[in-house]
Design a protein around this ligand. Structure first.
Ligand code: FES
Length: 107
């Protein structure tokens, strides 16, 4: 695969119940991660853009988190319902989804 124009990283870190930092799995990332994979499949985006499950991205308290490069935009509290907007507006439309960005003092 040539260098993709955008790369989406979805935090799927699991620290287990009761951990003081929490984690994106505890915050419900699994359904959202599955939706990204589903949308990549039905929209035939594999091979055109990169999508990777990753460990902790840092701002766990705002999770589930999604990071998009090359812009370095961090999205927080992302749900399954937000996946289409990230794909339509940011990945395909080059316009980051402002309402989903974590606060500027966090990232
Ligand atoms: S556990 Fe997901 S950002 Fe830290």
């Amino acid at each position: 695969m040539p260098k993709p124009p955008k790369h989406i990283f979805v935090c799927t870190q699991n620290r287990g119940p009761g951990h003081p930092r929490g984690s994106c799995v505890q915050n419900g990332c699994s359904e959202m991660w599955e939706e990204f994979q589903h949308q990549f499949q039905v929209r035939d985006l594999w091979g055109k853009y990169a999508l990777t499950a990753t460990g902790c991205l840092g701002p766990c308290g705002f999770g589930p988190n999604v990071l998009v490069y090359p812009e370095g935009v961090m999205y927080g509290k992302v749900t399954k319902a937000d996946v289409a907007a990230i794909i339509d507006e940011h990945l395909l439309g080059d316009q980051p989804v402002e309402r989903l960005k974590v606060p500027g003092d966090v990232w």
